[in-house]
Design a protein around this ligand. Structure first.
Ligand code: NOJ
Length: 766
């Protein structure tokens, strides 16, 4: 064993010497290897284990546990990284302890949940995906990286790329919805935005792809719950966005809380080593989610020592907050339960990340107090956030062109979100300064000046149940009105609304009703708010529902009874201004849904790219129910709003769908063209979507799959020919041998405004 090691070392030395002798520069990978070899040679086993430990700073915590004695642990070389510590000054102080007072002087990595912006907060990720604008998404991540790195952070726990098809799961808000193709584009854009082309630059940060893997398929939408799925479904429908993020160069990954195949992801060797590293060639490091190692005791896999060893052997490198590695790995090593090679491997991967970030060259690279003063929350960033937010709103209904509103007369602005500073930014806004947020009231006032009058009233609490109010409120400011009873709130709002020309009802979820641990079994607007909506409608005034939500909701009642619905999700710091831009028509809405809105909770999971079954129902023919076909007795199979859906103040028509050929050869391509015309009165943007269907396969194929999209801006009356290219690669899928191949045969191609409303053509793959 020893002699093999000496032999390998000499080969490496010879190689390095020959490179030097030839006067060739060492490749950066080799340089890194030489540097880290040198470092690790000097490290004790305790110091190596210390690198695998991620401490929670206590500033912001997202679990039941907090770390203690952090300063002492850093001095002893027992901390590799710190989570959610905020501000350059604090980070500099802590880094100083690491590089001046610990024996090995290894810098600490500072990570944070920079999820949708930093101090300048962008719309929540689900909303951002509805922009279908990859440049916008990349830029939002770029700005987030600029601000976070200016405040000392070099590592973000983002992007979250979990495919989610279950709106009961509150974390659907943190991802890009239900589609693997779109999710992959977003994943790539986010990684590029955070990491740029050069991770050593002080304004880029390392991405952490989470939650690896399949977290979005938690059974019954209950957070942290079990997932179980076939390899085929994994490879075809859930894994592509993770792979896209790794292919884009993401430096780290986070293990998910859920089990798959009977093993929690954190201890799942197939996932962490076989798939991630051997099949996909991932070279970065894996961190657990918050105390995920310790939680394997509850999963029923043994005591802390046993589960820590399982995680390490599976290929999980860093332990978030739980200290299972810190407190048990040495014992396991002594008892022969793990080999030192596992510790070395994990330690090396973490040191490599620090090397790639340039921390060994300058541990204070991200601690420039001047940048902190000048690059965070700037006007330029805020303007970007405002523009971006306008692109994420989805117009769900607009009867008789009620929107855009004219700026005149009396506008009643009603609801718990009308003037609510703390709920604008949305979940996971750990670095936001709420006082910079623009409320709807403020945004409307900014737009209106003295041209119209706003009458504002809260009208209802988010919820009337104090217990639920506590759960949804992490600002420690109760949202239940301390003075007025629910009836008094409602009466006041109705009185004000009765005096107005139009009512804008700002209703829906509070910010913390989505995100981590916010599963719901009822996805309607809370009942007390719906009562308010009914009362407002009964005034006979036109009502616009300005919907705040972090997930698809059951809006069956609202879609029948309210003339206009604009879904604004949670739009970030500048939401109020962006809402005014869209309400008054300065910006024409163009957002399209990336997660299906069901008719009711019983249809969940519901997603556009489902399989056909052997007994499909064609709702076009024969109505919505036929005995012995795959349907429900009480509701049709159709969603309320399909994937890709979203209206505009203008109208678009699709015509003249053409394929330049009918047969696609293995090295060839087909051009699909369609004429898009803005047939309405307003200029506006449309997201044209291309789907395919593989008619016959060696395994069953979905009824539709997104394979391309273009967001195009057309002036009123303007027409444009859009061209899409289809190659055999676009038709490939994982077959039952898990080979990624396109199969010859007939295909349908669809182009249109959403996944249900399309023009259709056919071709054959030879
Ligand atoms: C738990 C969450 O699941 C994860 O997304 C987050 O990054 C960590 N906590 C750290 O806060």
């Amino acid at each position: 064993m020893k002699s093999t090691k000496i032999y390998l070392m000499s080969i490496l030395m010879l190689f390095v010497l020959s490179v030097i002798a030839q006067n060739k520069p060492l490749t950066s990978d080799l340089k890194m290897k030489v540097y880290i070899d040198g470092l690790m040679k000097k490290m004790t086993i305790d110091e190596k284990i210390g690198q695998l430990n991620l401490c929670g700073a206590g500033d912001i915590t997202t679990g039941q546990t907090a770390s203690s004695d952090i300063g002492k642990k850093i001095r002893e070389g027992k901390v590799g990284a710190i989570l959610n510590l905020k501000s350059v000054d604090k980070i500099r102080d802590v880094q100083k302890v690491a590089v001046e007072e610990s024996r090995m002087k290894i810098p600490v990595m500072f990570g944070m949940d920079v999820i949708h912006g930093y101090q300048t907060t962008f719309p929540i990720p689900l909303a951002l995906s509805c922009s279908w604008d990859m440049a916008l998404i990349e830029n939002s991540a770029r700005i987030a990286a600029t601000e976070a790195s200016a405040d000392g952070i070099c590592w973000t726990f983002s992007p979250m790329v979990d495919i989610a098809r279950d709106p009961r799961w509150g974390r659907i808000a943190e991802g890009s919805g239900e589609d693997a193709y779109l999710g992959s584009q977003v994943a790539k854009a986010m990684v590029k935005g955070y990491q740029g082309n050069d991770l050593t630059r002080n304004n880029t940060i390392m991405a952490c792809v989470k939650h690896f893997a399949l977290y979005g398929a938690a059974e019954a939408g209950r957070d942290y719950n079990t997932t179980d799925m076939s390899r085929l479904r994994m490879y075809n429908e859930y894994l592509p966005p993770y792979k896209a993020a790794f292919d884009a160069g993401a430096g780290s990954a986070m293990s998910s809380f859920n089990e798959l195949d009977g093993l929690p992801a954190t201890a799942n060797e197939w996932l962490m080593t076989e798939l991630l590293r051997k099949q996909w060639g991932f070279k970065g490091f894996v961190v657990t989610d918050f105390t995920a190692i310790n939680e394997m005791i509850e999963h029923g896999l043994g005591d802390l020592q046993a589960v820590s060893a399982l995680a390490l052997k599976a290929g999980t490198d860093m332990d978030m907050v739980g200290e299972g590695y810190l407190t048990t790995l040495k014992k396991s090593l002594k008892e022969g339960k793990i080999s030192e090679a596992y510790i070395n491997q994990a330690c090396r991967r973490i040191l490599e990340a620090k090397y790639k970030l340039g921390l060994f060259d300058d541990p204070y690279r991200y601690c420039d107090a001047n940048r902190a003063k000048t690059e965070i929350g700037t006007d330029e960033h805020m303007n970007e956030a405002r523009e971006d937010a306008t692109q994420t709103f989805v117009l769900l209904k607009n009867e008789n062109q009620l929107l855009p509103l004219p700026i005149n007369g009396k506008i009643a602005l009603i609801g718990p979100m009308a003037d609510n500073l703390y709920n604008m930014a949305g979940m996971w806004s750990v670095a936001v300064d709420h006082h910079q947020s623009v409320t709807v009231l403020q945004g409307l006032k900014n737009a209106i000046g003295n041209k119209a009058e706003i009458l504002c009233s809260k009208g209802a609490n988010f919820v009337d149940d104090p217990k639920l109010d506590l759960i949804i409120n992490n600002t420690e400011i109760p949202t239940i009105d301390p003075v007025r009873t629910p009836k008094e709130l409602l009466d006041e709002a109705v009185a004000i609304a009765s005096k107005s020309d139009v009512i804008v009802a700002t209703l829906g979820e509070a910010a913390e009703m989505s995100g981590e641990c916010t599963s719901r079994t009822n996805i309607q607007i809370p009942e007390n708010q719906r009562d308010l909506l009914k009362a407002l409608l009964s005034t006979g005034k036109p009502v616009v529902l300005l919907l705040f939500t972090g997930r698809p909701l059951d809006l069956s009642w609202e879609s029948k009874n309210v003339p206009a619905i604009l879904n604004v999700w949670f739009g970030g710091t500048q939401a109020g201004n962006a809402i005014a831009d869209v309400l008054f028509g300065k910006v024409n809405p163009s957002g399209k849904l990336t997660a299906t809105f069901p008719q009711n909770i019983g249809q969940v999971p519901i997603y556009y790219n489902h399989k056909n079954t052997g007994r499909p129902i064609d709702s076009g023919k024969g109505g919505w129910f036929t005995k012995f076909l795959s349907n429900y007795m009480d509701v049709s199979n159709e969603p309320l709003f399909p994937f890709g859906y979203g209206l505009s103040y203008t109208t678009f028509s699709y015509s003249d769908l053409k394929l330049d050929k009918q047969k696609l050869t293995s090295g060839g391509k087909i051009n699909v063209s369609v004429t898009l015309t803005n047939t309405g009165k307003y200029d506006g943007a449309e997201v044209a979507q291309l789907y395919i269907r593989d008619m016959v396969g060696s395994i069953t194929r979905p009824v539709k799959e997104l394979k391309g999209f273009q967001k195009v801006f057309l002036k009123a009356g303007e027409s444009r020919t859009l061209n899409f290219t289809i190659t055999p690669l676009d038709l490939a899928f994982y077959n039952s041998d898990l080979q990624f191949k396109a199969e010859p045969g007939d295909f349908k191609v669809f182009v249109g405004t959403n996944s249900s409303d399309t023009k259709e053509g056919n071709f054959t793959l030879e």
